[in-house]
Design a protein around this ligand. Structure first.
Ligand code: SAM
Length: 282
């Protein structure tokens, strides 16, 4: 397959739905291969427990590092670490992918982002937002491993440990709200990523001109289909004029106006030098 996807969860049945629809077809075509695993398979106690009370007190339960590590060592093909020789307090960095460029040599940088390295991804509501740019980057990788959190989340040393082993670890939020578990978040990310794999969509062009896509991303213009007049509402007349230049300009203006109304933050982020005069006027 072009991409191997491992998903670890305490509800692996949740991912049976991935056999349906486009992702199911992509699996049948051999473009992607998805395996979902039950985290409890890596427990050794009779209760198959994966969580424990929070150190420092507080409500709820936290996912235990030992179980996750046995599972992830296996999926990553790392030898399990038997003895921990030094004990140190972990300092959790704020952001995962903004490694200080100056401190990383060119070669190390390339190696760190090689497409055939597995990427370990933890959904987490208190992480940076998952974006279309992340989906595009991850669609080029050959092996993605997702770890679904539950309860109050997972022990913070888990991602920290694998980063220290030079694994490419990402933590992403899919939005400013709290879900019960990572399963839905993984499904969301997976759908955004896999539709960008070459050959996945029937019409490759349909993914080039979309919202959030490209360097100077805007929200997409409004879309209309036939009939040209429906319940007394006509589509904008320029769209039926047959003048492609005018249609493009109209759509571009609409996209700019719509984006400044709904997502002014995207307009703020635009590189003005890449805009033409007419864009700036709009
Ligand atoms: N105590 C955590 C907090 O306040 O940040 C919330 C934990 S949540 C109930 C349990 C799990 O659901 C998380 O570990 C994560 O895997 C997943 N999750 C919940 N909301 C999410 C979001 N917006 N984006 C990504 N994952 C989310």
């Amino acid at each position: 397959a072009l991409m191997d996807i491992d998903i670890v969860s305490v509800f692996p049945e949740y991912f049976e739905v991935l056999n349906l629809s486009l992702l199911g077809k992509a699996q049948a075509k051999g473009l992607v291969h998805v395996s979902s695993h039950n985290l409890r398979d890596w427990t050794h106690d009779v209760h198959h427990s994966v969580d424990d009370t929070p150190v420092g007190g507080g409500a709820g339960m936290v996912m235990k590092p030992e179980v996750w590590a046995e599972c992830l060592d296996e999926l990553l093909g790392l030898a399990p670490q038997e003895i921990v020789e030094t004990v140190h307090e972990t300092a959790i960095p704020d952001n995962t992918d903004d490694i200080d460029d100056a401190s990383v040599t060119e070669d190390a940088d390339v190696a760190k982002h090689a497409d055939d390295w597995p990427v370990l991804i933890f959904p987490n509501p208190s992480a940076p937002l998952f974006t279309q740019a992340d989906a595009t980057e991850l669609s080029r990788k050959q092996h993605l491993i997702f770890g679904c959190g539950r309860y109050e989340g997972y022990d913070a040393r888990i991602p920290e440990y694998y980063r220290a082993q030079d694994v490419d670890v990402r933590e992403y939020s899919i939005g400013d709200y709290v879900l019960n578990g990572g399963e839905v978040a993984v499904s969301v990310m997976l759908e955004a990523i896999t539709r960008l794999i070459p050959g996945f969509m029937g019409n490759a062009e349909s993914i080039v001109e979309e919202s959030y896509t490209g360097d100077n991303a805007l929200l997409e213009h409004y879309q209309y289909t036939k009939p040209a007049v429906w319940r007394g509402m006509a589509v904008p007349s320029v769209l039926t004029s047959g003048d492609h230049g005018k249609v493009d300009r109209f759509r571009r203006d609409e996209a700019l106006a719509k984006t400044s109304r709904i997502r002014p933050d995207l307009i703020e982020a635009l590189d003005c030098t890449a805009l033409d005069k007419k864009d700036r006027k709009a």
